[in-house]
Ligand binder design. Sequence first.
Ligand code: SAH
Length: 213
Amino acid sequence: MKDTFKHKGLRQQLVNVVKGKGITDEKVLKAIGNIPRHLFMDSGFLDHAYQDKAFPIAADQTISQPFTVAFQTELLQIKPNDKILEIGTGSGYQTAVLCELGARVYSIERQNELFKKTSKFLPKLGYRAKKLIFGDGYIGLEEEAPFDGIIVTAGAPFVPKPLLSQLKIGGRLVIPVGDDVQTMTLFIRKGPKKFEQHDYGEFRFVPLLEDKN
Ligand code: SAH
């Protein structure tokens, strides 16, 4: 698990690319600059780690594009110590970004293979989520609710109700909604039954699936 000057240089270029695409939050950019993304990928893709692209990981899933990770994270407006729920742990890259921002992170993954792999890997890099869970993101994590923020990193055909109800008042849910193409959507909880909704354009994610395996 090596992180060389070459990797650091490539990473700085990636930060500039992401910045050029409109990300302004310095803390988010710093997190992208700090995290050795190449270590989150299978060896066959190491050369691609610092391109602003999604790439395959295990179990037919993908590590999200850095711009997308930055975009979703920026929308969450995380403050240190915020309690954040992530749906779709995958490679753990997004989880690491949340940890870098000082969040207390709970993350759910439905693929057992990825859950096991990432549970071992993240602590090796020093990223300690509060809890990684093998389970179904559609139901959220009632026992730890309410959350300051919830981020869904797979395309949701609809907005799961439990995720809205597990937000604090003032809390933010960032979720790509749609089937083949998704609209990045932000819900801000304004009251027990009141949510403000904002749309942020089209993205493409692997689908949020029902039934775990
Ligand atoms: N955040 C990840 C992105 C992984 S892609 C990263 O940075 O690498 C989306 C992930 O969502 C996949 O790992 C997939 O297995 C997972 N997923 C799909 N449906 C899910 C569900 N219902 N509950 C939890 N995770 C799910």
